[in-house]
Design a protein around this ligand. Sequence first.
Ligand code: ZN
Length: 144
Amino acid sequence: MPGYNKHRIFNYIVFIVVALILYFENIFSFSSGMLLAICLGFYIGTEFVTPDLDVDSAAYKRWGRLKILMLPYKWLFKHRQSSHNIFYGAIVRILYISVIILGFYYLIFKSLPQEFTFSYVYVIVFLIGIIIANALHVILDKIF
Ligand SMILES: [Zn+2]
């Protein structure tokens, strides 16, 4: 099983190589805002919202004191099973964290957010960054 740093190195190398190929071959171009959104999503997906949140992994420990929020996730999902599904593993983690964030928002403001200040496109690109990072994690786990 590849360790945390092996996953990180693999993710960043693949991401940079693919991004350079897409850029220099003029296959796909992002605006600077979209590039920032996908890079941020990819970073969060590689460093914090990884499939290995289902065990006492380095990614889990990186949450610091907030790792207590991930305990129910760890209890619910057995290691390398549904959390490591390439299609819905990341979606479940994003939904899980979204529920926590909305819960805190509700506790602080006594209501849910009425409108989004970001463009939905940037949010979707950000989430795609997380999903790509998680897919690369699962692919590397399958290789080793
Ligand atoms: Zn893993």
